[in-house]
Design a protein around this ligand. Structure first.
Ligand code: ADP
Ligand code: MG
Length: 792
């Protein structure tokens, strides 16, 4: 069955009938397919193909590439596309910005096209990306070059209701996804067909195969058919045998175009590093930004909290360039908004975590600044790869603490990264330390952010694997805290892996003497002459009320930092001031000396039967849980009210005389029994009737379902009719592009992440029809409605 050719339909000529034209066209299509298949078989993968027109590509793909202004192939494209067209498994490695996306998207479209894939064949290709932003970008490129194809393509990246995605999923031919969300669907979406899958692509494969995603990826791969083509791409590709085995690659071709190159980074990229002590790096960054107000800059930091603090504090300082920030814990809509804004901006500075380190193709970025040292050389390569893309120029600066310099430079050298030292011009260097201190003094929320940022930074250093670069004791943490405007470095206890639970349950008094399990990094020593504020004292207190939750989080957050992988969507600050019940504070306990001596118990009465004694963190937690408090309360009693509003117990004893007046005990019992028997019999009849109807309904449903299964083919054809009429939802051909004129009859379908409301408003009929076709019809009415919809 030839795929429907919406969008490329030629008008029937006056003389020939409609049918003639159709059959002619179908014949031509069949011939084209045979020709194309032959050309691919004869293609020599070693031949240096220069331009897309030299490749045996289908007409829709060629037109799509041409319309997107892609003419000549990049190295990785000319080496890997021919092999991929021939169905080979591929391990593709090429520098950042060298065009790897097209190297897998073109074969995906082509191989499905040559197999005459239609929407009824289910999912043909699955493309996995480590982050949502990258998935969206890949999807956009797919839309661009696939616009003349009729495949349906979708995005599965979370951030929107599972059900909405589920409805669309059953119809998709090509999916671009993030691992976590995909797995969720494979486990939960019944109508999701993956047995037919032909191609699996992993962009940024080394990232997807590493620790953070390994479980999800293994589970996904388990669901997939073994007989398939697998393509892995990355700028830092590994040939790890274990990975290849996990993905059951068949005799893969290793296509590495820059392996022999002198550098692992683009030649158009100039790379520098500055050695700046931790305590000065915010000053240096600010001075840098101040002297590059006309540039487009990305600043990488190690955690979302760092990002937030630097963004919020720099915003107050108004450097004179639009500032933005992006990290994995922002709401999806905000993330989309910010990436779009940064993409289209001419001069701006974005503070970001590694959530944008991989794959993102922001146009015309001038500078990549790495304020926090990357965890390894690979991360470095990907971060700097956000600039100098596709033959453009770009510059990158790495900030190094003196203690990191030697180790990091060694790692970069091993990975063939050419980098040279530079020094910030002292004339332009300005200090923002005083301003930050003022700001934190005046705004406790900013200070709180700063403390969180400090803790997360220190923690990230502590958990770094490469101890040759990162040694926690070598950093001037006290100086860093003060440069952030904090009155002192928050005290941090580092707890090792599995011990953390044990430690958590140990009484605090014991813990403080247990130095073995803890590493103390920076502790609060009030300096002479230092101005101390009430906030300082507040944060030092141990048994405070509202802020105690935050404070304990600050000093003993034993949850490891979650990787900023784009899968996290929770708003990290939901916990701000989230204590539901505030323990009234004991006035006397605000005295500093007394507080320092340890936790003081509080007694709260009026909640439970007995007063609640709060003498530990666990008891304090109890106050937040309604359920637990319920246990401490007295059991309620049910009362009824009479007409005068007087409360009575549910069962009250009747006056004995009144009882005797109504007859003997025997007679009353017999009467009661008779009445109850009659009531039960009546109820029994009703129940039986109900059971009967239910049974009948069930049988009817089953019959319909079976009839439905048998008529599966008929159903398919009916759907095709609908498709021929121009199903607007799923077909790539009907997807117009930004800045392009829309065909007047074809409505642009909303992307899944866009607001659906207008679409529903504009085309309620069509939408309902499609959903009905997806839903399993359960009653006769459903079936009728479905048939009516299909034949419409
Ligand atoms: P990579 O995945 O290797 O980092 P991308 O696929 O994101 O690189 O491509 C980088 C940039 O190069 C993109 O802006 C893309 O549009 C452009 N590009 C890719 N292939 C070509 C080509 N053949 N001709 C012109 N531009 C290309
Ligand atoms: Mg890429």
């Amino acid at each position: 069955m030839a795929p429907p050719t919406i969008g490329r339909k030629s008008k029937p000529s006056g003389r020939g009938g409609k049918n003639d034209v159709r059959s002619l066209k179908r014949k031509r299509d069949v011939e084209d397919h045979i020709k194309l298949q032959k050309a691919v078989e004869e293609l020599d993968p070693k031949a240096e193909t220069k331009s897309f027109s030299d490749l045996p590509l289908s007409e829709p793909t060629s037109k799509g590439l041409e319309a997107s202004h892609f003419k000549t192939l990049t190295d990785i494209q000319s080496k890997s596309i021919p092999l991929a067209l021939k169905g080979k498994d591929i391990l593709g490695a090429a520098k950042t910005g060298s065009g790897k996306t097209l190297a897998f998207l073109v074969p995906v479209l082509e191989n499905l096209y040559r197999q005459k894939w239609t929407e009824f064949d289910g999912l043909g290709a699955l493309i996995i990306s480590p982050t949502r932003e990258l998935a969206i970008q890949i999807f956009e490129v797919l839309r661009k070059i696939g616009r003349y194809h009729t495949f349906s393509a979708g995005l599965v990246i979370g951030g929107r209701s599972l059900q909405e995605e589920q409805e669309r999923l059953g119809r998709m031919n090509i999916l671009v996804c993030t691992p976590g969300r995909m797995l969720q669907h494979m486990d939960q979406t019944a109508a999701f067909e993956i047995d037919n899958l032909q191609m699996l692509v992993m962009d940024e494969a080394d990232r997807i195969m590493d620790m953070g995603f390994s479980k999800a990826v293994d589970a996904i791969v388990e669901h997939l058919p073994k007989q398939r083509q697998t393509m892995l791409f990355s700028a830092t590709q590994t040939k790890k045998v274990s990975d290849l085995a996990r993905l059951s690659l068949r005799d893969p071709e290793y296509v590495a175009v820059h392996e022999a190159a002198a550098s692992a980074t683009p030649t158009t990229l100039q790379q520098y590093y500055v050695v700046t002590p931790l305590a000065d790096k915010l000053d240096t960054l600010f001075s840098f930004i101040r002297s590059n107000l006309k540039a487009k800059i990305i600043v990488f930091l190690s955690s979302g909290k760092q990002v937030r603090f630097v963004y919020e504090s720099f915003r107050h300082l108004q450097p004179g360039i639009p500032l933005m920030h992006l990290h994995g814990r922002q709401k999806q809509a905000a993330r989309l908004d910010i990436t779009a804004k940064f993409s289209s901006s001419k001069n701006s500075c974005i503070f970001a975590t590694d959530v944008v380190a991989r794959g993102l193709d922001f146009p015309a970025v001038d500078w990549v600044i790495q304020l926090d040292c990357p965890e390894d050389a690979d991360t470095y390569i990907h971060r700097v790869g956000r600039t100098a893309r596709y033959e453009r120029a770009g510059k990158a600066v790495l900030f190094l603490d003196p203690s990191e310099e030697e180790g990091m430079l060694k790692r970069l050298d091993q990975k063939k990264v050419p980098i040279q030292m530079t020094k910030p011009r002292s004339k332009k260097q300005q200090s923002i330390k005083d301003q930050l201190q003022n700001m934190c003094f005046q705004d406790p929320e900013l200070k709180y952010l700063g403390q969180k940022a400090f803790v997360s930074y220190t923690r990230s250093i502590y958990v770094q694997k490469d101890k040759e670069i990162f040694t926690i004791n070598n950093y001037d943490l006290e100086g860093y805290a003060s440069s952030m405007g904090l009155p002192g470095a928050p005290k941090i206890k580092f707890q090792k892996g599995d011990d953390s639970k044990k430690i958590k349950n140990t009484p605090r008094a014991l813990l403080s003497s247990d130095e073995d399990s803890d590493v103390e990094a920076g502790s609060k020593k009030p300096k002479k002459g230092e101005v101390r504020t009430k906030y300082d004292r507040m944060f030092e207190r141990r048994n405070q009320d509202v802020l105690s939750g935050h404070y304990s989080k600050l000093i003993a957050e034993d949850e490891p930092e979650r990787p900023d992988d784009g899968l996290v969507d929770a708003d990290e600050d939901n916990d701000f001031l989230s204590v539901k019940r505030v323990v009234p504070m004991d006035e006397d306990s605000s005295d500093d000396e007394e507080v320092a001596s340890g936790p003081v118990a509080k007694v709260i009465s009026g909640i439970g039967r007995e007063p609640i004694v709060v003498d530990s963190k666990r008891r304090e937690k109890l106050l937040k849980s309604k359920k637990k408090l319920l246990k401490l309360k007295e059991k309620g009693q049910k009362v009824v009210f009479d007409e005068d509003g007087v409360a009575h117990q549910m069962y009250e004893l009747e006056d004995e005389d009144d009882f005797a007046r109504r007859g003997t005990v025997e007679a009353q019992r017999a009467k009661f029994l008779q009445a109850e028997t009659a009531r039960v019999q009546e109820a029994d009849l009703d129940d039986k009737q109900l059971a009967k109807t239910k049974k009948r309904e069930k049988r009817e449903k089953k019959r319909l379902r079976e009839a439905d299964e048998k008529a599966g083919i008929v159903d398919g054809e009916a759907l095709e009719l609908a498709g021929d009429g121009g199903d607007p939802l799923a077909l790539l051909a009907s997807l117009p592009l930004d800045g392009e004129e829309e065909a007047p009859t074809v409505k642009r379908p909303k992307k899944w992440f866009e607001d659906d409301s207008d679409q529903e408003r504009e085309a309620p009929k069509k939408k309902r029809r499609l959903i009905e076709a997806e839903d399993e019809p359960e009653t006769l009415e459903d079936l009728e409605a479905l048939a009516a919809g299909l034949l419409q």
